[in-house]
Design a protein around this ligand. Structure first.
Ligand code: AMP
Ligand code: ZN
Length: 118
């Protein structure tokens, strides 16, 4: 069923506590944890506890939870990086560099960022 945990999904395992993660913030619907391969001094992933393959499918099925992910991304950035600017990235599809097919926001901060992105 849509949104149900997937046995072979790494981030579902993090939600269930079967794979360890450094959790920095958790709500009823979301978990935020440090990326294992950080690309900036602040690099946190915010995920919904429900399983959807990417941010667009999450927003289509569960707009309230998609909003929770965005709100938490902002709150984690404030918690980790203060009032400085930050970047939220949703890689979507293998062609754009998505490697884990459970929706997640990358929250990046603590350094400058180029535009256009690489
Ligand atoms: P993406 O490439 O957008 O799908 O992002 C997946 C992210 O998950 C990458 O930045 C990885 O470094 C990160 N990642 C993979 N495994 C883990 C893990 N066990 N704990 C924390 N982050 C992870
Ligand atoms: Zn999952």
């Amino acid at each position: 069923m849509a949104g149900e945990p997937q046995a072979d999904c790494l981030f579902c395992k993090i939600v269930k506590g079967e794979v360890p993660a450094t959790v920095v913030k958790e709500t009823e619907t979301t978990v935020a944890f440090r990326d294992i391969n950080p690309q900036a001094p602040v690099h946190v992933l915010v995920i919904p506890k429900v399983h959807y393959a990417d941010a667009g499918s999450l927003a289509a099925a569960e707009p309230g939870i998609a909003a929770d992910v965005l709100r938490e991304a902002g709150e984690v950035a404030l918690q980790e990086n203060g009032e400085k600017g930050f970047r939220i990235v949703f890689n979507t599809g293998a062609g754009a560099g998505q490697t884990v097919f459970h929706a997640h926001a990358h929250v990046l901060g603590g350094r400058g960022f180029n535009w256009p992105p690489g």
